[in-house]
Design a binder for this molecule. Structure first.
Ligand code: GAL
Length: 781
């Protein structure tokens, strides 16, 4: 079979110089340090109030003290933390510029401390739940070390009960190891992304009775048939007795559709006779609630609820079927990192990414490359109707036995955390692009199939001759034309990426070619049912290590930039939607008479659009009528248009107007000025209201455009920001535009009021936006 270096060579031969630096290193052997991992039981951090009144979930994200580098004794209760910085979770151990920084700067062990009082909890157990700490966390309560959890992408809990002091101050200390420890996946070798560090997902205290519902798997069965039902497995923690019973309900809002009661036998309880049910699908992602109640001698003692959707999702030899309907998968890979703070963004920002992918890039599938991502992101995928391929942490390298044990545990924890999300249609149970490893992958597949019989497994590889232990062949294929499928169930999981990194401000020929490469691959994927579809590399530019990327710690592989603003390649994805959803017409160039190609003008000017006919005017005069390029892109729902905008079009130079038609009717028009220059500063917040909890945040896009709102990809001016009110800027200030755009995030403080963000451009003046901040509930601990 191919080795990693052969892969490099193949890529190099197949096209481009960009590959050259990336994969020269083939280091042999496993690097794991071993050591028995404390296999801790994980519990997903619950959303507050989602489990009814019986279960007390107390968010604990405010008033943490961050001490920077850990020193000996820093977890002791009486350690002097008076000089620590007060921070809010999600928190990044280091704030960065959006590019060109030293990635070593987050790789240290830091100390977080939290003082809290908790009213006495007679007869109850108390846990602390961490949704994600990068990369290992040693947790101590009141001087008692509870253990170390290894892994930055999965949740974990520790029981605090015996160590708590009722009504007296308690000290929770977390030593966070954000070094790239070779004993923890994905580390041990080079990886092409940054993990960043810190307590970067939410924390909560949870108080429960001695026997409680730890987790619940509500599995819809026969969603399309007459036997439609939900099999509900309630996983209990504690010593259950015959006096314990369960009641489970299926609800649509407040309406109870079905309910069932039973003993806590370990057998699933089945909700049946559901009546009319709406399926979960891409346009109508209907969600229901399954709520379980635990009783002791007839009295309710605990409650747990989750959302589910009814859908049947299968990869078949005819492609991917959702509810019996063939869907060609048009996807993108997403890294979870953001500029400035890495992964440490709150729910609203995580959720926004799902909306950007679904509503702006119009894709139908996202791969959470290369690890389990925020549950807020997955919740939004459920709500938006965006399919998900989720996978375990890892990148090319497989470590020793202890490392592999952690990876198998990651399969377990990923699935237990996320098995109720209807958006997830495939579990990735291999280390991305690793070599075959029969024993290891037999274990990961067995784990996935044992936990969840309803979903197929995949595992992303680049080796064409490979042992398939998964259900679906999920293959990275960076060449063009694509290889034929080597299995009846075949999904392309990466293409393009490092073969053609592209910045918005690159030469127009490159920027257009970037868009057309994505178009070409999707065209081929659409040409045969044997391809279930494809997931392009990637959605957003991302920060990476020095030995990858373009030299400024960024891989410019995104169809959108690191701020999530689409490049023309992103506009190609957008243009594939049905015009009933949105009419799209985007020239992939700026209109310049001068130097773009030989002789001036643009010879193959690409316009991505879901119109069926374009009329091109220069200076008001009709110059050309164009049809979509069906000859080269005929399998796409909406082939791009290619037109020669050189030669005669340049003689009588002036505004270029493109009118888009559908079935003979003019539906859209865009003008590109003949005299194009920076005219307007736009300041666009994603949200106009935030919650004043010190965590909530929203992106504010900064953009310079011409008079018609068109892109100015070479604009570089600085925008100086001034913020008034209960908020702060996460990002650079002044912000120097990159390719005419950029973004900062505005985060609320713990107060209500109005944030005013003033943005000033030296030549284009000042714009102000207002963001209302509503009061937040106080944290109870
Ligand atoms: C793949 C890898 C991705 C990313 C991509 C860049 O080999 O799986 O993580 O590095 O290349 O094109």
């Amino acid at each position: 079979s191919q080795t990693r270096s052969q892969k490099t060579e193949w890529r190099y031969n197949s096209l481009v110089m960009d590959t050259f630096n990336r994969r020269g290193f083939l280091k042999a052997g496993a690097a794991g340090m071993g050591g028995a991992a404390a296999l801790l039981q994980a519990a997903a951090a619950q959303t507050p109030a989602s489990h009814g009144a019986l279960r007390h979930i107390l968010p604990m994200n405010r008033n943490w003290l961050f001490g920077g580098r850990a020193v000996p004794g820093c977890s002791a209760p009486d350690f002097d933390d008076a000089k620590f910085q007060r921070v809010t979770i999600p928190h990044s151990n280091k704030i960065f510029p959006w590019h060109s920084f030293d990635e070593k700067d987050f790789q240290f062990v830091s100390i977080y401390r939290r003082h809290f009082k908790l009213a006495p909890q007679p007869g109850r157990r108390v846990f602390v739940d961490f949704a994600g700490v990068m990369t290992a966390a040693t947790v101590t309560i009141n001087g008692h070390k509870l253990g170390e959890y290894r892994g930055g992408y999965t949740p974990f809990s520790f029981e605090l009960t015996p160590h708590l002091k009722p009504d007296a101050p308690n000290v929770l200390a977390v030593e966070v190891d954000s070094t790239e420890r070779p004993d923890i996946p994905p580390f041990g070798e080079n990886i092409d992304y940054l993990t960043f560090g810190g307590v970067y997902r939410e924390v909560a205290l949870r108080t429960v009775p001695p026997v409680f519902i730890e987790n619940l798997f509500a599995k819809p069965v026969d969603s399309l048939g007459d036997g439609r039902r939900v099999e509900v497995k309630c996983l209990l923690n504690g010593q259950a007795t015959p006096a314990h019973t369960l009641k489970v309900e299926l609800r649509d809002g407040a309406r109870v559709l079905s309910s069932v009661e039973g003993p806590v036998s370990g057998q699933p309880l089945t909700l049946s006779n559901l009546g009319a049910i709406d399926l979960w699908d891409l346009d109508h992602p209907k969600l229901y609630t399954v709520a379980a109640r635990l009783y002791q001698a007839g009295a309710p003692i605990d409650e747990y609820s989750t959302r589910i959707g009814f859908r049947e999702a299968r990869f078949t030899p005819q492609g991917f079927m959702l509810n019996g309907k063939h869907i060609k998968l048009r996807g993108l890979n997403r890294h979870q990192t953001f500029p400035y703070v890495g992964g440490a963004m709150p729910a609203r920002v995580q959720r926004r990414d799902a909306l950007i992918l679904k509503r702006e890039l119009k894709i139908n599938l996202v791969r959470t490359s290369h690890y389990p991502q925020s549950t807020h992101f997955l919740d939004a995928c459920d709500e938006a109707g965006l399919l998900v391929f989720e996978e375990i942490p890892g990148w090319q390298h497989i470590g020793d036995k202890a490392w592999q044990d952690l990876a198998v545990r990651n399969v377990d924890q990923m699935i237990r955390r996320d098995w109720n999300h209807p958006s997830i249609v495939l579990w990735g149970v291999r280390i991305n692009e690793s070599q075959d490893n029969h024993d290891f992958y037999t274990r990961t597949n067995a784990m996935a199939h044992e936990l969840d019989t309803s979903r197929q497994t995949g595992g992303v590889r680049y080796l064409y001759d490979t042992e398939l232990l998964e259900d679906v062949m999920t293959m990275n294929d960076f060449g063009f034309p694509l290889r034929p499928p080597n299995h009846p169930l075949y999904l392309n999981t990466e293409f393009n990426g490092h073969m053609f990194p592209t910045k918005r401000s690159d030469n127009v020929d490159r920027v257009m070619e970037h868009a057309l490469r994505h178009a070409r691959v999707h065209n081929q994927l659409a040409s045969a049912d044997g391809y279930a579809g494809g997931i392009g590399w990637c959605a957003f530019d991302y920060n990476t290590h020095a030995n990858f990327g373009s030299g400024d710690k960024i891989c410019y592989h995104g169809v959108s930039d690191i701020f999530r603003i689409p490049k023309p390649a992103g506009q190609f994805y957008r243009s594939q939607c049905d015009p009933a959803d949105e009419i799209v017409l985007e020239p992939c160039f700026n209109w310049s008479q001068g130097d773009q190609s030989e002789g001036g003008g643009i010879h193959h000017a690409a316009i991505v659009s879901n119109c069926d006919h374009l009329k091109i005017h220069v200076k008001g005069e009709l110059k050309a009528e164009v049809e979509p390029d069906r000859q080269h892109y005929g399998h796409l729902p909406h082939p791009p248009f290619l037109i020669d905008l050189a030669g005669e079009h340049l003689e009588d130079w002036g505004d270029l107007r493109i009118d888009g038609y559908i079935k003979g009717a003019k539906v859209i028009s865009k003008t590109l000025p003949g005299n194009d220059y920076d005219r307007q500063l736009h300041v666009e917040p994603d949200d106009t209201a935030l919650v004043g909890d010190g965590i909530d945040a929203t992106r504010v896009v900064l953009r310079v455009t011409n008079e018609y709102g068109g892109a100015r990809p070479f604009s570089t001016g600085a925008v100086t920001l001034r913020l008034e009110g209960p908020g702060e800027i996460v990002g650079e200030n002044p912000f120097s535009l990159a390719g005419g755009v950029g973004a900062v995030w505005v985060r609320s403080k713990e107060a209500a009021g109005v944030i005013r963000l003033h943005a000033r451009h030296q030549y284009l003046g000042e714009k102000t936006v207002e963001i209302r901040v509503t009061p937040a509930e106080a944290e109870q601990v």
